[in-house]
Each structure stands twice: as C-alpha cells, then as structure tokens.
Write a protein that binds this ligand. Structure first.
Ligand code: MTE
Ligand code: MO
Length: 394
C-alpha cells in the first residue's frame, strides 16, 4: 500500500513538475526581482500602516471608548486624518497590483509546500492578498456610495483591516532577512535581460508614477490646493447648494415636508423637563460665527462658515451641564444617522453650534434646514442635519 502511494505521488510529481517550472520561467523577468518586491513592498506597507492608523481613529470617533477623551482641536484634525486615510487607501491600489505582479511567479514553486512553517507562510500570504484586495475594493466602492454587497460596509471594513494588518505583520516577520538584505540598492544591480520589455527600475518608476497619478487625480476632494485636479473623486469642492457638496439630500432622507413645516421647533429634553425652541427664538439668541469643515468618512471634505447658536449657550438656557453624551435626533425617517450621540467634550466646546446659516445665508434644506449640528474635529456623519431634539441625561 505504502509502495503504491509512493509510486502514485512520484508519477504525479513527474507530471506536474515540468509544467510548474515552465510557468515559473515564463513569468520570470528582471522586473520581478526580490529587490522590486522590497522597494514596492515598503511603500505599500507604509500606505497600509497610515491607512490602518487613520481608520482606527475614525472608528474611535464614531464609537468612542469612555476612557479615551476625544480631541476637539485642532478643528481640522479629522479632516486631515480622514483625507489621509482615503489618499493612502487609493495609493495602495496601484502599489498592491505592482507588488502582486512582481511576486506572482513565487506561486509556482516546487515542491508546492516544503514544511509546516512554509505552509503557514503561504497561507498567511494568501490571506493577506485576498483580504487586502477585498478591503481596498469595498473602500473604493464606499467612496462612490455603491454597496453591491449584502454585508455592512463599516463593520466588515473594520474587521478585515485587523486581519490584513495581522497577516502583514507575519509576512514582514517572515521576509525580514530578504528585506534587510535588499533594503539598500545592491552594489551590482541585476542586469536587465536583453530584449525584455521594461527594466526593473523603469517598472518600479512606473508603479510609483501610477500611484502618484491616482493620488493627484482624487486628493482634490479633501486637499484645497489639489481641487482643480480632482478628476475621479465624485464630490467636487465648491459644487453644491451654498457652495458645499451634499451627502444625503432632504429628499433622500424623507424630510422635504417636515423640514419646512411652519410649526417646527427644537426640543431640549433635560432631567428637569423639556422645552421647545422655535426658529424665531433660536434666531433671537446671541449668534456666533465659526469656520469649520464638513469632513466625510468617504474622504471628501470642505471648510465652510457657519452661523448659529452656541450649544453651550443653548444648554445654559435650560440649566443643563453636559457630563454624559447628548443624544441628537433628526426629522429624518429613512436611512441611518437619524440619531447620533455627542460626547461632552464636543458639547462643551464653544465652536460647537446649532447652525442656522451657512456661507452667509439661511441653511439650504439639503444642508439641514432649519437647524443642524456643526462641531470641531468630528466626522461628517455625526454632524446631524434637520434637528428635531437634543436630550441631556442626568
Ligand atoms: N440627519 C442626517 N444628518 C446627516 C446625514 C444624514 O444622512 N442624515 N449625513 C451626514 C454625513 S455622512 C455628512 S458627510 C454630512 C454632510 O453634510 P452636508 O450634506 O450638509 O454637506 O451630513 C451628515 N448629517
Ligand atoms: Mo459623510
């Protein structure tokens, strides 16, 4: 029996091995040197680490941990971190493709698995590649707000990020000797094989140029200086009602009638009772002017001037002192974000407004008329539009 298995596997090996070797030879070329893999690999690792760190920060702001106080200043901090998140995510697409191109001949090794550690290494690479491709793909789909998948974007994107970073750590650990050996350009560079399509340097240069173009043609959705070059990102700076893009319109949120209903008032619910403020009353209170950005998780952001009642003043009117998160509800009947929580650090910040005006005129209904939240350092998704009530717990 043992004899038979040995004979069968020897036969199988004899059949498969030449094919695998031929595939490897066909795929091999100087472009796919280990040095290319290291040069592109470290750019990709840097992009992934920046993307991971800024992504964690974004999740923390949206799901705060009670023992981590959140910074409200600088007011543009989240605009910066989330812009960086989407820029590094976009940069990782050409880098990932370039990296896969340089290393795919390594798929064709013989024997396919040499040992248990070797098997684990190959499995961790398979996980890293698969998860990374899915991660950047759903990230790109989120930028264009297209969700052709049945799972929740946010929790999936978060879970896959941990798997990608874990398998990246294993991969870097395993490859450390190669990375260290080829970190600097070798004294004698591998000569370009005659008749090859591109040299290794030209290839690495091409991948870098593709990465730079991908960034240049999209980063204008969050970087003012680059906004003239924004060709591919769907939101354009300065384009929208009152010169600001809209993320969800009044019609999409189902508030076209309730938002303009004459009897509207903002309800403040406190342990001592509740009080309704009409739009007239809010307008008669002292008004503050602030410049704060809308910084969407999808990567677009833009600064704007807002005018309205400081939240601290409004809370003082009803004798409330925020020590626990405030609960904001919207008139919205459809879709998420109808209810958001605001940790006390934002509620106490004098820049936080119940905004009634934007860029010099009364809020457009798509920007949250009659009243919306605008606070420093927060993701756009927490800047609730079409306010209905604010609850302060004891
Ligand atoms: N009630 C409500 N408020 C909301 C939203 C929403 O869908 N419903 N979208 C949020 C998101 S994701 C962003 S980025 C900002 C965008 O504000 P703008 O549409 O005025 O530019 O509004 C936020 N406020
Ligand atoms: Mo958003």
């Amino acid at each position: 029996m043992a004899d038979l298995t040995a004979r069968v596997s020897a036969r199988l090996a004899a059949r498969l091995e030449p094919g695998v070797r031929r595939a490897r030879d066909a795929a091999a070329d100087p472009v796919k040197s280990e040095r290319s893999a290291v040069v592109i690999g470290r750019l990709l690792a840097a992009a992934f680490l920046v993307c991971f760190a800024t992504g964690l920060y974004s999740h923390l702001l949206q799901d705060p941990l009670p023992w981590i106080p959140l910074p409200t200043r600088p007011a543009e901090l989240y605009r910066f971190t989330q812009g960086l998140h989407v820029i590094s995510g976009i940069a990782s697409v050409p880098l990932l493709l370039g990296k896969l191109w340089t290393v795919y001949p390594a798929l064709f090794t013989w024997p396919p698995v040499r040992s248990l550690p070797n098997l684990l290494e190959r499995v961790s690479i398979a996980v890293l590649v698969g998860v990374s491709l899915v991660e950047v793909t759903i990230g790109l789909l989120n930028i264009v707000q297209w969700y052709p998948f049945p799972f929740s974007f946010r929790s999936t994107h978060f879970a896959l990020a941990w798997i990608a970073i874990g398998s990246l750590a294993i991969h870097i650990g395993v490859k450390l000797p190669v990375i260290a050996r080829l970190w600097r350009r070798p004294a004698r560079d591998d000569p370009d094989a005659a008749g090859r399509f591109v040299s290794r340097r030209a290839f690495v240069g091409g991948v870098t140029a593709a990465t730079a173009s991908a960034v240049l043609l999209t980063a204008g959705q969050s970087v003012d200086a680059l906004s003239p070059f924004n060709v591919f990102a769907p939101r354009r700076m300065g384009v929208g009602p009152q010169g600001l893009p809209v993320n969800r319109t009044a019609a999409q949120a189902g508030v076209t009638e309730t938002a303009v209903a004459p009897g509207w008032s903002l309800e403040l619910v406190t342990p001592a009772g509740s009080r309704a403020f009409s739009l007239e009353e809010l307008r008669r209170m002292p008004q503050a002017d602030v410049v704060l950005p809308i910084a969407c998780v999808e990567g677009w952001s833009q600064s704007a001037s807002w005018r309205g009642v400081r939240l601290v003043d409004l809370l003082a009117e009803v004798g409330a002192e925020p020590t626990t998160p405030l609960v904001f509800t919207s008139l919205q009947t459809r879709g998420s974000f109808a209810r958001t929580e605001m940790p006390p650090e934002y509620a106490r910040d004098p820049l936080t407004l119940i905004a009634l005006e934007l860029n010099g005129s009364v809020l457009h209904v798509d920007h949250g008329y009659p009243a919306r939240v605008i606070a420093p350092g927060r993701p756009g998704v927490m800047q609730t539009k079409w306010l209905r009530s604010i609850e302060v717990a004891a």
